[in-house]
Design a protein around this ligand. Sequence first.
Ligand code: AMP
Length: 219
Amino acid sequence: MRIILFGPPGVGKGTQAKLLTQEFGAVHISTGDLLREAVKNETPLGVKAKQYMEGGNLVPDDIMISLIQEMLSSENARKSFILDGFPRTVAQARALDEMFERMGIALDGVISLRVDHDVVISRLSTRRMCRKCGRIYSLSQLENGQITVCTACGGELYQREDDKPETIRHRLDVYLEQTKPLKEFYRQTGRFTQIDGMQEIGYVHKMILDILYKNKSHV
Ligand code: AMP
């Protein structure tokens, strides 16, 4: 399985990618998670990316393209991957196409998740994340006091700096200006499918599986 999960921040790409990874063992490449880890560890990549991320801006293309190139150089990732959060600009998508061509690999599909803007804003502003494993929770799960730490790893739950209201609006503007045009780019490849991300998590997962089975008989 080699797919791109596409859509605005908060649409559920990370959640769906994790479900697919559990089921198929594909390598989940989340550029947001990779960058957050780099920021946390204060690596040279993290130091460069931090200011862009906190402001809700995109990290420059050259940095992102080298990161993906590095990720795709592993044998496992080349066989089966789910890209989550990359590409986010037309320049990144073109560079990815060139990488695939050089490596002789073909993409099975681009699956785009769509939700209404007000839902995205509400999901992002009530989202909490595990500092250790990146698992996502909603504030309503925490409010009744049943969940206080990550149920998967016991890590601390926190609100991402870029999930604060002033940054959320900016991230959505950045999505509309720089990332949404990619839909047209991928529609022309004929392997682009859009699904309704407003549905319940399990239902969205099933729709993704249906698309994958249709695209490829051996998934
Ligand atoms: P995410 O967790 O996918 O919402 O990503 C968090 C932040 O990481 C984004 O707001 C960007 O600052 C940065 N980022 C992640 N992926 C990319 C990308 N493909 N291109 C540029 N910046 C990215």
